[in-house]
Every structure is written in structure tokens, then in C-alpha cells.
Design a binder for this molecule. Structure first.
Ligand code: NAD
Length: 307
């Protein structure tokens, strides 16, 4: 069996060493394709792979078609919107993510962005504190929960909206107010931290109407996906509401225009930074290798996302 690690943006060295060990222990062959610059390189490398481990790399129908032996794709990370699930499912290829492995890194970045924006992007002038402010968590999954816990530790008053978690006790046990509509969440939060996955339903779902419900001086932090924001709506909002701020990992498509028009009120990381810590890299990389081996050797389908 051959497992290919294809990473345009490579894993940390320590993660690669760990992956190598896990694959060798299983008696499998490991192939590495790092920092590739052309899709053709991926198409060639994947041709005889049984397993494929990726990060933000795109698995398109063309890649699936080129990978004649492929049985499993593991996306080392949480979001799997870079994998064409329909194409994989049609070929019987199992797709997995590695939930929770990079959540802490993303949560810390979200809190960091809140402080950065509250302090005017660390430029001279009077900022504000997070303590006592209302924090709304939009999607209470692995990252959202950690952001909520950090917010509480900083003295913020935390609410959350997640229609897929119906048990109120789940929120109560963590001292978080459960909010029953997304409109209410935005209307009652000084900070909203976005953690919804990018799906056909959520893409472009956060726009002018929703954002304009936020109170005076509000800040939106998006460490989910840029695609969930309706950028035209965001632009209109920031034009009309000089009190509002927006920070995002990764930069919006219209970030240059946003920066030019709104200066200190907006920020976008030039590259996706959320999971870019050594710890997250190692956790997700090793989990991906274990999951790929677990499926190829033992048929374990835990964390399969295309069931
Ligand atoms: P997760 O699967 O643990 O949680 C996602 C949560 O979203 C779930 O609780 C689900 O019920 C909820 N949800 C789904 N659709 C919703 C909707 N329409 N409205 C409200 N809630 C909804 O995922 P996670 O690990 O918390 O990550 C969340 C997202 O963050 C990922 O999908 C990914 O896009 C993004 N992410 C970004 C980075 C980064 O580097 N910036 C890293 C990891 C994850």
C-alpha cells in the first residue's frame, strides 16, 4: 500500500517524521509531494497512491480520476470544502477530516484577533478591553467551544448559536447562554466569532442584514472561511457603520479595497494562519496518518465525512 502526502504548504518537519513512522510501522510505502507548484505534479504523484493525506490542497474530480488506486483521502484539518465529496463518493473513496486536532490553534487566533482589533491594530490611540463585553459564538463546534471558554476566562459574557445542538444543558454546563436564532446572536453581541463550515447553505450567508443587527462598536471575527461572508454586504455595512470592525483569517477577496477604505477597522491575514502552529500541524498530521492506516489496514471509518 502506498500513502501519498501531498501538501502545497508542507507540514512541520516533526509532523512529517511522525507520519513517516506511522506509515513505516504499518509496513506501507510513503511518498511525499511538498510545495508543488503545478496541478500536473499532483496528478502524476497520486496515480498509484492507495491513500492520500492533504492539508488545504484541492481534490478535484480530475485528481480523483487520475488516482486509479485511491481508497481514502484524509484532510488533515477540520474543514473539507477543498475535497470534491461527490467525486470521491462516486468512486467509493472514503473521505475523512481530523476534527478537533487544530481547534486550539484557531481559537487562540480568534482571541488574538479580538484583542488586536480592540487595540486599534496595535497603533497609538485609546483601545478597549474584552472584559465585560458580550461574545457571540456562531457555531458551537470544536473551535467555537474553545473560543467561548477563552472568552469566559477573559471575563466576557458568552452566548452561542448552533441549530444542530439542541440540548440546552450542553451550553448550560459550560456557562454559555444558548441563543435560538442567528439574528438574536448578532443583535446581542459586541463581538461575534464565526465558526460555521463553508457549505452550499452557509456560503455568503453572513451579509449586510445580519451584520447590521449588531450593536454600536461591534466587531466581527471570522476564522471559519472567507466564503461564508457576503463581501458586497460587508462593504456596504462598513461604509454605513463607522463604528464596526471586521477581522478575518484568511483575507477577503476584496481585502485590498477594504484596507484602503476602512484602515484600522479591518484586518485580513495574508495567508491562512488559524492552524499554523507546530502543535496543530503535528496533531493533525499524525491523526491523518493514523486514520489513513486505520482504514487501509483495519477498515476503520471513524471520522468519515462522506457516509
Ligand atoms: P466542527 O465541525 O467541530 O464544528 C462546526 C459546528 O458548526 C458544528 O457544531 C455544527 O453544528 C455547526 N454548524 C454547521 N452549520 C451551521 C449553521 N448553518 N449555523 C450554525 N452552526 C452550524 O468544526 P470546527 O473544528 O469547530 O471548525 C469550524 C470551521 O472553522 C471549519 O469548518 C473550518 O471551515 C474552519 N476552520 C478554519 C481554520 C483556519 O485555519 N482558519 C482551521 C480549522 C477550521
Amino acid at each position: 500500500m502506498k500513502i501519498l502526502v501531498a501538501t502545497e504548504k508542507p507540514f512541520a518537519r516533526k509532523a512529517v517524521e511522525g507520519i513517516r513512522e506511522i506509515v513505516a510501522e504499518a509496513g506501507y510505502e510513503l511518498a511525499m509531494l511538498e510545495k508543488y507548484t503545478d496541478k500536473a505534479q499532483l496528478l502524476e504523484a497520486v496515480a498509484d497512491a492507495d491513500g492520500l493525506i492533504i492539508r488545504s490542497d484541492k481534490v478535484t474530480p480530475e485528481v480523483v480520476d487520475a488516482a486509479k488506486n485511491l481508497k481514502i483521502v484524509v484532510r488533515a484539518g477540520a474543514g473539507y470544502d477543498n475535497v470534491d465529496l461527490a467525486a470521491c463518493t462516486a468512486r467509493g473513496i472514503v473521505v475523512m477530516n481530523t476534527p478537533g486536532q487544530n481547534s486550539n490553534a484557531v481559537a487562540e487566533l480568534a482571541i488574538g484577533l479580538m484583542i488586536f482589533m480592540a487595540r486599534n491594530k496595535y497603533t497609538p490611540g485609546t483601545g478597549s478591553e474584552l472584559k465585560g463585553k458580550r461574545l457571540g459564538i456562531h457555531a458551537y463546534g470544536n473551535v467555537g467551544r474553545l473560543v467561548g471558554a477563552c472568552g469566559k476566562a477573559l471575563g466576557m459574557v458568552v452566548s452561542a448559536y448552533d441549530p444542530f445542538i439542541t440540548d440546552a444543558a450542553y451550553f448550560e454546563a459550560e456557562g454559555v447562554r444558548k441563543v435560538d436564532s442567528v439574528e438574536e446572536l448578532y443583535a446581542s453581541s459586541d463581538y461575534v466569532s464565526i465558526h460555521i463550515p463553508a457549505t452550499p447553505q452557509t456560503k455568503g450567508s453572513i451579509g449586510y442584514e445580519l451584520l447590521n443587527r449588531m450593536p454600536q462598536g461591534a466587531t466581527v471575527i471570522n476564522t471559519a472561511r472567507k466564503e461564508v461572508i457576503d463581501e458586497a454586504g460587508l462593504m456596504k455595512l462598513l461604509e454605513e457603520r463607522e463604528d464596526m470592525k471586521y477581522a478575518t483569517d484568511i483575507a477577503a477577496d476584496s481585502q485590498a479595497e477594504l484596507n484602503e477604505k476602512f484602515g484600522k477597522r479591518v484586518f485580513g491575514t495574508p495567508k491562512k494562519m488559524g492552524a499554523e502552529t507546530a502543535e496543530a500541524n503535528i496533531n493533525a498530521g499524525l491523526a491523518a496518518a493514523r486514520q489513513a492506516v486505520g482504514y487501509l489496514r483495519d477498515g476503520v471509518t471513524k471520522f468519515q465525512v462522506n457516509k
